[in-house]
Design a protein around this ligand. Sequence first.
Ligand code: ATP
Length: 455
Amino acid sequence: MDMEKMVAYAKQHGFVFQGSELYGGLANTWDYGPLGALMKNRVKALWWQRFIQEDLRTVGLDSSILMNPAVWKASGHIDGFNDPLIDCKACRARHRADHLIESFDASLHADGLTPEALDAIIKEKKIPCSSCGKHDFTPVRQFNLMFKTAQGVLDAQSQAIYLRPETAQGIFVNVKNIQRALRLKVPFGIGQIGKSFRNEITPGNFIFRTREFEQMELEFFCKPGDEKRWFSHYKNASKQFLLDLGIKEDNIQLRDHDATELSHYSDATTDIDFRYPWGFDELWGIASRTDFDLKQHETHSGEDLRLRDPETNETYLPYVIEPSLGVERLFLALLFDAYKEETLEDGETRINLALHPAVAPYSVAVFPLIKKYHGEAAQALASTLSKSIELVYDDTGKIGKRYRRQDAIGTPFAITVDDETLSNQTVTLRERDTMAQSRVNVKDLPELLRQKTAF
Ligand code: ATP
């Protein structure tokens, strides 16, 4: 499955459309269609379930996208949230210098290097422009990724303001409020899901790198000295979440950042990479951020952000572990991981999007065997079941075709209403992956489906 085919598949089945397509599109923006919206909601709900609901140490938050610009000064984003930009003088193509190097030679690590160091590598290796093949570049310079806009009605009084480039700072500035309101004791975590914006130099690879995206971020606050333990805990828990979602172990790898790659605020970072069509690339970043953020906010706000240790009664700035995951990158990984084309025993082929039932857009499809005879009963059953489960109703075409359509969008179960249903209240339940069919009592369906689609 290559990317071009995935883009076409996602469009054809109503997962993802080009943004503003009617007007020729807006480059690198994507709209999530009915199936995409359902699946995205599921991805977010499962992350929330696993990392907030089921972990009694963590709580949730929904902070605003627009923040006082002082936040971004303190966090270092205004001065330092840059990517290295390089222009080809011959064809005017614009590149991210570190990506240019890494795509020339995957064994070179260029993330986090200074512009001078990047220039030196590009010269030494005579790296060519990936668009025109010439080696004629401007020097590398830093480009700030923050989206700037203006707040206020009158131009003269308007204030420069930024769209947040990460959700994490909304957590840091609220930590004291949350800790007090919920009487939390270290160690504890605060997580949230929300949109972030980065003016990426080279967005692309479909929904992998866009300028508007969603993050699922958790900041876990622990006692200084305990950070290694919690870092390791979150590496394992994050990997386990991906495996539990059904992602094949072969398709993920954990990659530790070496000293040249580590951000200035981090004493350890591990990326969980997924095997996208162009190779392993970052899906999830897990960073041990020390007390960098809280220290910065203390200095810039003048507020005491230390917390009291429940055991020793001492006060300190907690250390922070941050697992940060992109909704769209996980969405894309799930599609690639699940997509299969299979040849069946009768020689027919089918697409089987073998998603975990909990993440599939629809949990179940409901069909009348023959619309004329079974349509009414099937519709009644569908409207009862739809109160507790996401389903799709389909009464067009041959039953085999209807199964194929559902296999192709990952619907794990299909229920067919037939003559027997009318006489003894049973239906056929068909499973997507095995295509096995069994007879089930209508009254048992809600509980059975709940169990089969649980996470
Ligand atoms: P990259 O190196 O790919 O630019 P990053 O290291 O800057 O990513 P982080 O700042 O660690 O990314 O952000 C955490 C997570 O947010 C990433 O692991 C990724 O899943 C997601 N993410 C970051 N930037 C984008 C983007 N432009 N489009 C989609 N998802 C993104």
